[in-house]
Design a protein around this ligand. Sequence first.
Ligand SMILES: NC(=O)c1ccc[n+]([C@@H]2O[C@H](COP(=O)([O-])OP(=O)(O)OC[C@H]3O[C@@H](n4cnc5c(N)ncnc54)[C@H](OP(=O)(O)O)[C@@H]3O)[C@@H](O)[C@H]2O)c1
Length: 167
Amino acid sequence: MHISLIVAVTENGVIGKDNKLLWALPSDMQRFVKLTMGKPIIMGRKTFQSIGKPLKGRDNIVITADQSFQAKDAFVVNSVEQALTKAKECAQKREVEEIMVIGGEQIYQQTLELASSVCLSLVHTHLKGDAFFPALDETIWQEVSRELFSADEKHNYDYSYIVYTRA
Ligand SMILES: NC(=O)c1ccc[n+]([C@@H]2O[C@H](COP(=O)([O-])OP(=O)(O)OC[C@H]3O[C@@H](n4cnc5c(N)ncnc54)[C@H](OP(=O)(O)O)[C@@H]3O)[C@@H](O)[C@H]2O)c1
């Protein structure tokens, strides 16, 4: 079973502020939907609440330490280990080979070492934020593809979509 992290991050490592994203990149969002559809998605409770609803067509697995937390149409678990167990079970039922970790900072930090790939949209700007993605160690992560997308009337920044796998 592959574990992939999917993230959009500025050049200074920012992924969000005040529990929100800081950009509008519809083509990146479409890619996110395509890459996560039909798969288990693991997220932290804050990211789940930031999205505001379970994402359709995917097994939403939400990690919280709050034993009483409930979410309609999502699996609530109390540790990363429980999330991975549930995600593997869901992936087997759906006959897919990949589990997607969709954030945020706390969950990326705890799953990066378990991941075999990182799908990273590098937003070509520097912003102030309060949630970050760790810098990828080049001795561990190898860039296998990169594509540049230019800003336009619908996309407020240039960004590059980069795939990393373990070197
Ligand atoms: N740019 C992107 O691609 C992207 C993607 C996702 C999110 N984001 C951004 O990231 C920010 C949110 O990140 P965040 O780090 O603040 O929050 P988060 O990782 O989404 O969620 C953190 C919460 O997860 C739970 N948690 C974490 N580790 C746990 C563990 N080992 N066991 C049990 N529960 C655990 C805790 O919930 P409880 O407090 O309920 O116990 C914790 O408060 C937002 O700004 C969001 O917009 C950006």
